[in-house]
Ligand binder design. Structure first.
Ligand SMILES: Cc1cc2nc3c(=O)[nH]c(=O)nc-3n(C[C@H](O)[C@H](O)[C@H](O)COP(=O)(O)OP(=O)(O)OC[C@H]3O[C@@H](n4cnc5c(N)ncnc54)[C@H](O)[C@@H]3O)c2cc1C
Length: 436
């Protein structure tokens, strides 16, 4: 039987496997399909800011592969290298054992990791927002710092504990800062200080917040940020990060013990190990998602530089919208490579974006219709409930939304994710920088 190995169980790998199963069923055929991934779930990342802000539980945004991809073998592990001539790959399992696997068809969908820059102290003191460990850590850490500030007898250190810096004012950084503000507002109701004693700073090198939604909606988001008392500083970024302060590129200093780095992504480290041509850190593929020169190897999603045939010369941006649709085409084309159906090329026009800006606010541009305020909020939440790919998870998120509508957010840090768990290398698999 033909063996198909899918590397990565995120948006693309998950959708590819679902569609491959569907195609094979349609042709009354079967294959030996394995999905190999370090985690046993597909993570619905657009709701990570809600996890960090305490609106939804991390389990609600984790779609279990075992419950959803029946008949598929799931292997826990991180792929380290691929031998294209021998058609094998090597992976490290959760107990650090080195193992290998052979394949007839290989689908590379390991996604992306946070793009780090050479900012002193960044990898040590900042944390990202790409994994459940990072989102849970941010929620717990912010609450813990507020609790500690309450009883700190050093006034300067207490200020640092109550100051949160988020770097990156694109949609996920903006969502994060506003969700954390809502969490902090709930917390301060039960603590000894006024909401304004907790300070949030949002930084970006760009001249506008959320340039990806255009000027009008960017301005609407800026108004929400101002109303929610976020200190937005544009045209600046981090120059240095220390345990109790950061230095900005304009040489100003902010005392803080919480730095969230949400500035963008680059292809997963595996991509560089493959020794194949890349573009902007993503693996080059043809528009049918096949890897050039390797007939039986496919790739898509954040890890691949997929040509955008609707914008000649450009590649598709790293979004869930493209990843999901590319996954479908991948599933179809892998089946076609086995003789079931005909290959397709990937073509999709951007459908717009929904951005949740915390309590009562959102902006959205579905099909280029510009929405803000209450209509955008309804569209945003309805969209997520539609897009989460499993009924039980949709149900749980729906109930969490309802709870959030009527009750204060729980001021509880359970401590499931430690400072170490949330480091970029531990939570996202970014290699640790070697000694100079
Ligand atoms: C906070 C946040 C908010 C976002 N919000 C939105 C949004 O609102 N709308 C939108 O369109 N997009 C959004 N995105 C972008 C979206 O999440 C990505 O574009 C999408 O996840 C890409 O899908 P993927 O399958 O390529 O990668 P992923 O979904 O990241 O999946 C990759 C999988 O591969 C696994 N993997 C990595 N390396 C290996 C390896 N070596 N071996 C085996 N497995 C490996 C990973 O563990 C993961 O399971 C958001 C992203 C973030 C971080």
């Amino acid at each position: 039987m033909t063996s198909v190995v899918v590397v990565g169980g995120g948006f693309t790998g998950f959708e590819c496997t679902r569609h491959l199963l569907r195609e094979l069923r349609k042709h009354n055929a079967s294959a030996d399909i394995s999905v190999i991934s370090p985690v046993d779930y597909m993570l619905y990342t657009p709701l990570l800011p809600d996890v960090a802000g305490g609106v939804v539980d991390a389990r609600f945004v984790a779609i279990p592969l075992a419950n959803t991809l029946r008949g598929v073998q799931h292997i826990r592990g991180r792929v380290d290298s691929v031998d294209f001539d021998r058609r094998t790959l090597v992976f490290i399992d959760p107990e650090e054992r080195v193992r290998s696997l052979s394949w007839d068809r290989l689908v590379l969908t390991p996604g992306s990791v946070t793009r780090l820059f050479d900012v002193p102290g960044l990898a040590e003191y900042a944390r990202g927002l790409k994994s459940t460990a990072e989102a849970i850590y941010l929620r717990d850490h912010v609450l813990e710092q507020l609790e500690l500030a309450n009883v700190d007898d050093d006034a300067g250190r207490a200020v640092a504990r109550r100051t949160i810096v988020v770097v990156g004012a694109s949609y996920s950084g903006t969502e994060l800062v506003l969700q954390l503000r809502a969490l902090a507002d709930s917390a301060t109701k039960h603590m000894n200080y006024a909401p304004d004693d907790v300070r949030f700073v949002l930084l970006d090198l760009a001249e506008q917040v959320m340039p990806e939604v255009g000027e009008k909606l960017g301005a609407a988001a800026q108004r929400v940020l101002t109303m929610r008392r976020i200190d937005v500083r544009l045209g600046v970024t981090l120059k240095e990060v220390h345990s109790e302060h950061v230095v900005l590129s304009d040489d100003s200093l902010i005392r803080t013990r919480t730095v969230a780095w949400v500035t963008g992504v680059t292809g997963a480290p595996l991509i560089e190990e493959l020794g194949l041509p890349t573009e902007k850190g993503r693996l080059r593929v043809h528009s049918d998602l096949q890897v050039p020169g390797h007939l039986h190897v496919f790739a898509a999603g954040d890890a691949a530089a997929v040509p955008d045939v609707t914008r000649p010369g450009k590649i598709t941006p790293p979004t869930a919208q493209h990843a999901t649709r590319q996954g479908k085409v991948l599933g179809h084309n892998v089946a076609a490579s086995m003789g079931y159906g005909k290959k397709k090329i990937y073509k999709h026009r951007n459908m717009g974006l929904v951005v949740d800006l915390g309590p009562r606010h959102a902006v959205a541009n579905p099909l280029n219709i510009q929405l803000s305020g209450f209509p955008a909020k309804v569209v945003t939440r309805a969209y997520h409930l539609y897009a989460i790919p499993r009924f039980v998870n949709r149900w749980a998120v729906g109930l969490a939304y309802l709870t959030d509508l009527f009750f204060d957010r729980s001021v509880v840090s359970i401590g499931l994710s430690s400072e170490e768990d949330a480091r970029f290398h531990a939570s996202e698999g970014i290699p640790m920088p070697g000694p100079d």
